[in-house]
Design a binder for this molecule. Sequence first.
Ligand code: ADP
Length: 259
Amino acid sequence: RLGFADLRVAMTAARRRRRIIAVGSGKGGVGKSTLSANLAVALARLGRPTGLVDADIYGPSQPRLLATEDQRPESRGNKLVPVPSRFGVPMLSMGHLVRPGQPIAWRGPMAVSALGQLIDAEWGPIDTIVVDLPPGTGDVQLTMLQKYKPAGAVIVSTPQDLALIDAERAIGLFRQGEVPLIGMVENMAGYLCPHCGQESEPFGHGGAEEAAREIDLPFLGRIPLALAIRRDSDAGQPPAAGEGPIAEAYLKIARAVGD
Ligand code: ADP
């Protein structure tokens, strides 16, 4: 017969097996939140039970991306219960806890402990948690990485961002926090014409892949700059949940991350 002690051991083991995948970028606006949401949705589509934490506590955007703005997490014991989204991905964001537009003016330690509440929640049978980190490479990010030990990190970068070595700073953050780098995703890579469906490459081709190779970072894939991505994301309809080449591009990245 199983006693409480066995149960506790089993629960601890289950918690250990849960892997956190941190998504970071050197600066804001490169599409890190969009990629995080779609990566979580794509992993869930591939049959991997996945949750999503919006660690961007000063500018939470995940509730809008996965259409859960109206939901409020309940608490069980002293833990939060993630809110379900329509896309098979339970999630938690500071945006679920504060009123929209309400500014959050916390210092580092408070921000880190708030994040702890989001990560150390009642996730249920989830084996992967995608964490959308705040942009940049400050103390909150580093403390968070050291404290919650992600199993791996994904770097999001745009072609311009690469040229400006912002991405390299993010890489440095993960190395400093001793988080294994899973690889890099190039976002807003080529321009996908909404009229003719052709992709043009205003920033040239292969730059990110080459830059990743130079610094020994696996290249996980590229997402084009596409009007549909911005439009559907703003409408709370993640492209990874749909069909077609854009959904395929996210699924390909999810396969590379999941391996
Ligand atoms: P970050 O989290 O890096 O600040 P966001 O994910 O919030 O960036 O994206 C910034 C803006 O760019 C949003 O309006 C988003 O819809 C848009 N966006 C992100 N990726 C793409 C893309 N591949 N194509 C078109 N628009 C994109």
